[in-house]
Design a protein around this ligand. Structure first.
Ligand SMILES: C=CC1=C(C)c2cc3[nH]c(cc4nc(cc5[nH]c(cc1n2)c(C)c5CCC(=O)O)C(CCC(=O)O)=C4C)c(C)c3C=C
Ligand SMILES: [Fe+2]
Ligand SMILES: [Fe+2]
Length: 329
């Protein structure tokens, strides 16, 4: 058998192994210690992380995970596995030969090292690394790059590597988002009220230091709105999932929804384009918490539009990305 011409490493953030305080503590301990995520001076951050955050947060966050946990485990991992299988099947169809696809998590399991070794064992010598983050951020995409370098640090030889930095304006990504929104409208009684595009936030300081994330989010939003033919007043982009005390990118999703409820906005459809897969931040924070924020402030209907997950248009977009970045292999 000739070796595969290349392999694909899909990467997402990572998730706890169980919806328990102990597993969440292990997960947050690894994730929040990464300098790409929190850049506070190490000795001070160690004291805050271990002295306060990892004592108080895991119990509360574990309850959120319990509410969204599935028979197949954490949604982020379960959906990631479906994306992996669907992409492998679509690539085999596209290339007429098997292209190995592995899924890795920057934090926790399956690790970058473990999944990288699986590709090596399948005979792969060229790897296309595809972080499932449409918009670049140092806190996510660059963290994959660093994690990969660490995972390969002790290898005597390296595979040939290519790295997808972002796909925030890829026509197939924009098209997949627009199709998903249109189908949601068709299935739920049509377009009503406002469309909110809510992105995971980052500290404002990171953007001031050069992180292009907000620019990427703005471009994605504008292209989706143009594709759908929305007027300026029909939609808004905002940022969710704040962590810590410093200022994050604005406008904040929760505050905006409360203000809209008070100001008489009746209907909101909400989508989170930065998440390639539904996870705690969408299924709990958007589906539950922010629904309460809007309806509690006077809003009437609030509809969450799922992430692209393993929708056919999403898998087709990933095939196009792979095809484009693996040219010549
Ligand atoms: C400083 C802290 C954080 C930054 C910066 C950050 C950026 C960021 N995160 C995602 C995607 C995900 N984040 C998820 C959970 C999550 N994020 C943070 C903190 C920061 N994120 C925390 C502490 C948590 C865990 C939950 C909690 O304690 O509140 C997840 C979900 C994981 C899951 O298991 O479901 C994802 C996905 C992006 C895209 C991003 C910047 C662009
Ligand atoms: Fe996050
Ligand atoms: Fe959250």
């Amino acid at each position: 058998m000739p070796p595969p011409r290349f392999g694909v490493l899909l990467v997402n953030l990572g998730t706890p192994e169980a919806p328990t305080a102990e597993a969440v503590r292990r997960y947050l301990g690894e994730f929040l210690w990464d300098k790409r995520v929190v850049d506070a001076p190490r000795p001070l951050w160690w004291l805050i992380l271990h002295g306060v955050i990892l004592r108080l947060r895991p119990g509360r966050v574990a309850k959120g995970y319990q509410a969204v946990w599935t028979d197949e485990g954490s949604p982020l991992l379960a959906i990631g596995r479906r994306q992996q299988c669907a992409l492998a099947a679509a690539l085999e169809h596209h290339y007429g030969e098997a292209i190995p696809v592995e899924l890795a998590m920057t934090y926790g399991s399956p690790s970058l090292r473990e999944s990288g070794l699986r590709l090596r064992d399948a005979g792969v010598e060229r790897i296309l690394v595809l972080p499932l983050y449409p918009q670049f951020s140092r806190s996510t995409t660059a963290a994959v790059f660093d994690g990969l370098a660490r995972a390969l640090a002790s290898c005597p030889h390296l595979p040939e590597l290519r790295f997808v930095r972002d796909y925030h304006d890829h026509p197939a990504y924009i098209g997949a988002l627009a199709t998903s929104i249109r189908q949601h409208w068709e299935a739920n009684g049509g377009e009503q009220g406002k469309l909110m595009l809510s992105y995971h936030g980052i500290p404002k300081r990171y953007a001031e230091q050069g992180d292009p994330y907000p620019r990427h989010c703005e471009t994605t939003s504008r292209l989706v709105a143009e594709t759908l033919g929305l007027a300026d007043d029909d939609w808004l982009m905002s940022y969710q999932s704040r962590f810590g005390r410093e200022e994050w990118l604005k406008p904040y999703t929760d505050e905006t929804l409360k203000a809209w409820g008070r100001e008489g906005v009746e209907h909101v459809d909400i989508i989170s384009p930065a998440f390639a897969a539904d996870c705690l931040e969408t299924l709990e924070e958007l589906e539950v918490e922010n629904r309460d924020n809007f309806l509690g402030a006077g809003g009437k209907t609030y509809r969450y539009i799922p992430a692209l997950n393993d929708r056919a248009e999403h898998i087709d977009m990933l095939v196009q990305l792979v095809e484009q970045h693996a040219k010549g292999w």
